[in-house]
Design a protein around this ligand. Structure first.
Ligand SMILES: Cc1cc2nc3c(=O)[nH]c(=O)nc-3n(C[C@H](O)[C@H](O)[C@H](O)COP(=O)(O)O)c2cc1C
Length: 158
């Protein structure tokens, strides 16, 4: 049976929600919140799944650092990569490409963009201002796509 590690960063919980759904599909998967925990040794896993969310066009620095620090090991593993974000289409693709190093993207066996959620009740004043002014959205809404997660999880076998 394959051993899975899911390393992720989240601010308001969308990415954590995605991680829970992925974990439900992978028996015995271990999760690691990169903002709060040290990850276990990657040597102990067959698969490493890495996910984060996008703020002002960029993924969390913890995700970037994790990829840089573990570059050599990750290139020897089976890897899955995903982001959560509000944009879709080409803009989302660009954000995905910015989030992960090219060599890791090329080596990855599964890649996905799961969409995101904007929850005004969770945002601080500045964030609400930015979202209203630059994205033109005034109410909470969701573009989160659990169906994409099922598709992604299917690629994480063998
Ligand atoms: C201040 C702010 C900036 C954001 N900037 C972007 C952005 O540049 N591109 C994008 O696609 N989504 C953007 N988003 C949407 C987030 O990626 C989305 O809310 C996501 O679900 C957050 O996931 P998390 O709760 O796991 O951190 C932004 C959200 C906030 C609150």
């Amino acid at each position: 049976m394959s051993r899975y590690l899911i390393a992720y960063a989240t601010k308001y919980g969308t990415t954590a929600r995605a991680v829970d759904l992925i974990r439900n599909n992978l028996a015995g998967a271990i999760t690691c919140n990169l903002k709060k925990e040290h990850c276990p040794d990657l040597e102990n896993f067959d698969w490493v799944i890495i996910g984060g969310s996008i703020y002002a066009g960029r993924v969390q620095k913890e995700v970037k650092k994790f990829c840089q620090k573990n570059r050599n090991l990750l290139l020897q593993k089976k890897v899955g990569l995903f982001i959560c974000c509000m944009y879709d289409g080409q803009k989302a693709e660009e954000q995905f490409n910015e989030a992960f190093p090219q060599e890791l993207r090329q080596a990855a066996r599964a890649k996905a963009i799961f969409g995101g959620e904007l929850s005004f009740e969770k945002m601080n004043f500045l964030e609400k201002f930015i979202i209203k002014k630059f994205i033109g959205v005034k109410e909470s809404f969701s573009r989160f796509r659990p169906d994409e997660i099922s598709e992604f999880s299917r690629k994480l076998s063998d």
